[in-house]
Design a protein around this ligand. Structure first.
Ligand code: PGA
Length: 251
């Protein structure tokens, strides 16, 4: 049976002291959330070590927001998967639309990154989602299918145990414009069908598919009530412990 997960993506926000305080507030409030909901916080690289000091031994898991597409060596400014696990990371977000759009993250690079992450024992939150132009041209199903298939065809059913998918329509990220629960459910159910065709019904049924894009306490309940929406990847609302936990309480 698949897990429900609420994962924060802090993006490039908070200083280290602010991030440590935020993590402490999330841990303090986490007891309110039913034990079967997994809580994850994704922080900038600089925050991982001190935030891990706060979350280790608690129910809150730690995620990076990216990793390098090489294992080690002369790649100035990059952060390897072994560096991530060495500071207590359990997850990494990969393929976020901001990385695809601003940092030239291609499907090929994502395959390399996911391979390295899984080999290092990290779980991956793999993001997909169409932009506004694609939605208006009614290409959202085709775009989500292509993003899913092009990358995940390189992985096995066994690998899928450690891959979570996040559907994040680009037009809903940070815009305050949430996909309706029906719009989100439609894509989630579709992606699950794509997974069933690729890996079989069991894998499709066991894969957690998160929704992301202006998710907040006020709309989380309606989104999470949908049968194929298994939680959220939360940007802006993850920067306030109360809102982040408020979203997790929507289950
Ligand atoms: P948002 O971001 O919740 O601020 O829209 C979501 C995301 O990009 O992961």
């Amino acid at each position: 049976m698949r897990k429900n997960i609420v994962a924060g993506n802090w993006k490039m926000n908070t200083t280290v002291p602010e991030g440590v305080e935020l993590a402490k507030a999330v841990v303090a409030a986490s007891a309110q959330v039913p034990a079967e909901v997994e809580l994850v916080i994704g922080t900038p690289f600089t925050h991982l070590y001190p935030v891990n000091e706060v979350v280790k031994g608690t129910r809150v898991a730690l995620s990076a927001e990216n990793c390098a597409d090489h294992a080690k060596g002369a790649y100035t400014g990059e952060i390897s998967v072994d560096m991530l696990t060495s500071v207590g990371c359990q997850y990494t977000i990969l393929g976020h639309s901001e990385r695809r759009q601003y940092y030239g993250e291609t499907d090929e690079k994502l395959v390399e990154k996911i391979k390295l992450a899984l080999a290092a024992g990290l779980k991956v939150i793999f993001c997909i989602g169409e932009n506004l132009e694609e939605r208006e041209a009614e290409k959202h199903f085709a775009v989500c299918e292509a993003q899913t298939v092009n990358v995940l065809k390189n992985f096995t059913a066994e690998d899928m145990k450690n891959i979570v998918i996040a559907y994040e329509p680009v037009w809903a990220i940070g815009t305050g414009k949430t996909a309706t629960a029906d719009q989100a459910e439609e894509i989630h159910a579709f992606v699950r069908k794509v997974l069933a065709d690729m890996f079989g019904a069991q894998v499709a049924d066991d894969t957690t598919i998160l929704y992301g894009g202006s998710c907040k306490p006020s709309n989380a309940k309606e989104l999470f009530a949908k049968p194929d929406i298994d939680g959220g990847l939360i940007g802006g609302a993850a920067l306030k412990a109360e809102d982040f936990i408020g979203i997790a309480l929507a289950f």
